[in-house]
Design a protein around this ligand. Structure first.
Ligand code: ADP
Length: 461
């Protein structure tokens, strides 16, 4: 079956840097762009970076404006939009939104709703991974209903364990339990937090892996059934399970382990006949790796993969949605074994948070804004310019700095230089913290894992 769709106009159902990132990809493909913005985002950069922009979610709370499915569909229909790109967060994994787009004949630039269904729920995802014979972390492999189930799990597998919300995301909805005495409270809290944050109190349990690396594999799939990987990213520099700095490729795994991980990711995505961009996430401990979840969307850190492979992931998402094969002339991605992997790339997320005050988000007007640049440097701008007003309503990502060089040391040197070139006045940022990471011996040696940030107080000075 051949599948083709004409896409001349794309609405980006998002804000900030990812909205601008998608607009840029569209413009380069000759596609007209439509932005949406909330009342609170009237002066935000992404509004002015679109060819046309419309206010959405009038009268709704700031976050809810970008979750206003019918409001967004209405704007899309009124303005002859052919396709919607959801970015990350907000509606990107919302099955109802994908289905509403489909019903209205608007292309949803992402996977099928069946993939959102399987991968939006971490329990279903684990079961799918098990079917595909991927190594998974010993766990309940299904929802845990009673405290007794959790107690039995702890007794069988030993502590520590981690209780996770089935619908959790963004580093939220997880509780580590180190002794049986803390179980009752942790279980009850995990359930009530899951209900409050994700509208569903389903939780599951798995063994807590001490000091793993977080390694994830970028996947692309087309409607012709081709699935490829674009190597891995090391996202172990995290604070409270949220990524801060990402590196591609991982500097501390063997070529053999890299291959096993990437092949496992491809296997799973082939089994589910995945389409569009997605990421398969793993925890790595020594020479072992374990599946944790799939993110069925573009990720914040996709930039580093683009830098080492030269493949524009967002443009490819759009071209796939139009029905192109990954390997046709228009897309031009080589066959798997010929996909380039050149040098090293690092992304640092510059946020408007104060590292000296427990990463407290700062708000207010940016009085001065000057950034770096140069060879091998890429800046993905959010609401980052002189005069921009940073509000407390949305996530605090200000600009992503990505550098690329033939050596890891070279990429670090470029990142360091760029962090030093920034002059941002009027608002606090986490730049001093990022500079400390770039100079830390564990980062330089590649010998870091997911507990690096929490166990390194010297990063916070
Ligand atoms: P989210 O969807 O919120 O990003 P993930 O399942 O991807 O959640 O996990 C985020 C992070 O939480 C991982 O990168 C890792 O640091 C930690 N984590 C999750 N599960 C485990 C586990 N079983 N053992 C140790 N750390 C874990």
């Amino acid at each position: 079956m051949t599948y083709t769709k004409q896409i001349k106009k794309v609405l980006v159902a998002n804000r900030g840097e990812i909205a601008i990132r998608v607009f840029r990809a569209c413009t380069e493909l000759g596609i007209r762009t439509v932005g949406i913005y909330s009342k609170e985002d009237e002066g935000s950069y992404h509004r002015y970076k679109a060819d046309e922009a419309y206010i959405v979610g009038k009268g709704k709370k700031p976050i809810d404006a970008y979750l206003d499915i019918e409001g967004i569909i209405e704007i899309a229909k009124k303005n002859n939009v052919d396709a919607v790109h959801p970015g990350y967060g907000f509606l990107s994994e919302n099955i109802k939104f994908a289905q509403r787009c489909e019903e209205e004949g608007i292309v949803f630039i992402g996977p099928h709703s069946k993939h959102l269904d399987v991968f939006g729920d971490k329990i279903k995802a684990k079961q799918e991974a098990l079917k595909a014979k991927l190594p998974i972390i010993p766990g309940s492999n299904g929802p845990v209903e009673t405290l007794q189930d959790v107690v039995e799990f702890g007794e069988t597998y030993g502590f520590p364990i981690i209780i996770k919300a089935a619908l959790g995301g963004g580093g939220r909805g997880m509780r580590i339990v180190r002794t049986s005495s803390g179980l009752k409270e942790a279980f009850e809290r995990a359930k009530s937090e899951a209900k409050a944050a994700f509208g569903n109190d389903e939780v599951y349990v798995e063994k807590y892996i001490e000091n793993p690396k977080h390694i994830e594999v970028q996947i692309l799939g087309d409607h012709q059934g081709n699935i490829i990987h674009l190597y891995e990213r090391d996202c172990s520099i995290q604070r409270r399970h949220q990524k801060l700095v990402e590196v591609a490729p991982c500097t501390s795994i063997t070529e053999e382990l890299r291959q096993r991980i990437c092949e496992a990711a491809v296997q799973l995505m082939k089994d589910v006949e995945y389409v569009n961009a997605g990421t398969v996430e793993f925890l790595v401990s020594g020479n072992d790796f374990y599946f944790i979840e799939v993110n069925p969307r573009v990720q914040v850190e996709h930039t580093i993969t683009e830098m080492i492979t030269g493949i524009d992931i967002v443009q490819t998402q759009i071209l796939i949605a139009q029905g192109n094969s990954l390997h046709n002339e228009k897309v031009g991605i080589p066959l798997q074994n010929d996909i380039p992997r050149i040098g090293f790339a690092i992304q640092a997320r510059v946020t408007t948070e104060d590292p000296l005050n427990n990463f407290m988000p700062d708000t207010g007007k940016i009085m001065a804004y000057r950034s770096g640049g140069g060879f091998g440097v890429r800046l993905d701008t959010g609401n980052s310019f002189q005069g921009a007003v940073i509000t407390p309503y949305y996530d605090s990502l200000l600009v992503k700095v990505t550098t690329h060089a033939l050596t890891f040391e070279g990429a670090i040197a470029k990142l360091n230089r760029n962090l030093k070139e920034f002059r941002i006045r009027g608002i606090k940022t986490n730049i001093p913290f990022l500079e400390n990471v770039m100079q830390h011996k564990d980062f330089l040696s590649g010998e870091y894992n997911t507990s690096f940030v929490d166990s390194s107080p010297e990063l916070f000075v």
